[in-house]
Design a protein around this ligand. Structure first.
Ligand code: MG
Length: 400
């Protein structure tokens, strides 16, 4: 039995992971579940999956979880706080850690799992973007096995030569091609996009995801962050990672080799495939997904991204060339700008401009330790809030 810790259990990756694990009760055991604040949903998951321990980042939510579990007579222990989540990441009873707490909040527990030598299933792309060098160092020193869950990077992982190591450019690889669905605004005009509502931005045509990543998909910043993620995870130069728009989301990404071979991973757009792959690698287990019927899938289209309508892609490429500090700034500036948009304090069309103005002040070079990462993150957030305030913020007369 392999023990599994799921950090970010109530989000879509967490729930999909539990769905896969539930299909293999003889091979995996859910040891621990962690979530930020949704006590009601975490209580439901605890009653169904019976982990030894459940942690809520927020103390009030932990108290509510404890009440709910006690009332239901469940044996799961409850703890609270970020340090308790880090402890789950290091717990010897879990050989596998699913790092699916989104945003900067997931950084410490991801680094803890890497340092503890776990099989680290990495769904927290921000930790790669913010702290790529630190993460790779922790993976090496802890002897962890890092498998990306992001569908594109998982596809690339599956197409790499045997023996490829995290952070090292694999021999014979010429280029990585990240596919992008294009998001909900693929066919929209710039003028229509400029006034798009949060509801429209979050209505992704292929994937069901959280609101922040849905907005990132609509701006193509998600692809930009994934480009940075690919340079870190696979040791590639930014110029050797290309983005190709593929609206059907069936080809999840590709690896081009020096001999002209291009290998791709295909599948239904369902996160349970990369989750099952990463749990069982190098073996395979059933994921519960719908199998591809290529004859019925229809034409598969590919196109270059429209950089004028989606300037976030270029901002991310510039940050990738500039280094770790700029990538941390980009990640933080994007989080602030997207939150302002979701709070209806910023128009969709103004998200890239806010990020660009923040990035004009971004430092270059690498970040040497966690304190430097957190300081860069805080500095960028402060700058982003100042840019938002200067641009009128809430009071904008142009707001829809
Ligand atoms: Mg992705």
């Amino acid at each position: 039995m392999i023990g599994v810790a799921i950090l970010g259990a109530t989000g879509s990756v967490g729930r999909n992971t539990l769905d896969v694990l539930e299909r293999h009760p003889d091979a995996y055991r859910v040891v621990s579940l962690a979530a930020r604040s949704d006590a009601r949903r975490l209580a439901e998951l605890c009653l169904r999956h019976r982990p030894d321990i459940a942690v809520m980042e927020q103390a009030e939510a932990a108290a509510e979880l404890e009440r709910r579990l006690r009332d239901a007579g469940a044996a799961t222990r409850v703890a609270a706080g970020a340090a308790a989540i880090e402890a789950l990441a290091r717990d010897p009873s879990a050989g596998v850690v699913m790092a699916a707490i989104s945003g900067a909040a997931g950084l410490r527990s991801t680094l803890a799992a890497a340092g503890a030598g776990k099989r680290l299933l990495l769904a927290n792309k921000e930790s790669v973007v913010m702290a790529g060098d630190l993460l790779l160092a922790a993976v090496r020193s802890g002897g962890a096995t890092l498998i990306p869950i992001d569908s594109e990077h998982n596809a690339i992982f599956q197409c790499l030569p045997a023996g490829a190591r995290a952070g090292e450019r694999p021999a014979g690889v010429r280029r990585l091609l990240l596919t992008a669905s294009g998001g909900p605004f693929l066919g929209w005009t710039a003028a229509a996009m400029a006034r798009a509502s949060p509801e429209q931005a979050c209505a992704h045509p292929r994937w069901s995801m959280g609101r922040k990543i849905s907005v990132d998909s609509a701006t193509l910043m998600n692809k930009g962050l994934e480009l940075i993620e690919a340079t870190v995870l696979f040791g590639m130069e930014p110029r050797d990672v290309s983005v190709v728009v593929h609206p059907q989301s069936i080809v999840h990404s590709l690896v081009e080799y020096v001999d002209g071979s291009t290998l791709a991973q295909l599948g239904s757009p369902d996160m349970r495939t990369p989750i099952a792959q990463s749990l069982a690698w190098p073996g395979r287990i059933a994921a519960g997904v719908e199998f591809l019927d290529l004859a019925r899938a229809g034409p598969l289209e590919f196109a270059a991204p429209d950089r004028a309508r989606f300037p976030c892609l270029g901002l991310a490429e510039a940050a990738a060339r500039s280094g770790g500090a700029a990538c941390a700034w980009l990640n933080a500036a994007d989080e602030v700008a997207v939150q302002a948009f979701l709070d209806k304090q910023l128009n969709f069309g103004d998200i890239p401009g806010v990020i660009e103005r923040v990035m004009n002040d971004a430092p270059g070079g690498a970040l040497k330790d966690l304190d430097a990462v957190l300081a860069a993150d805080a500095g960028a957030r402060e700058r982003a809030r100042a840019v938002l305030a200067a641009s009128g913020g809430l009071a904008r007369s142009s707001l829809a």
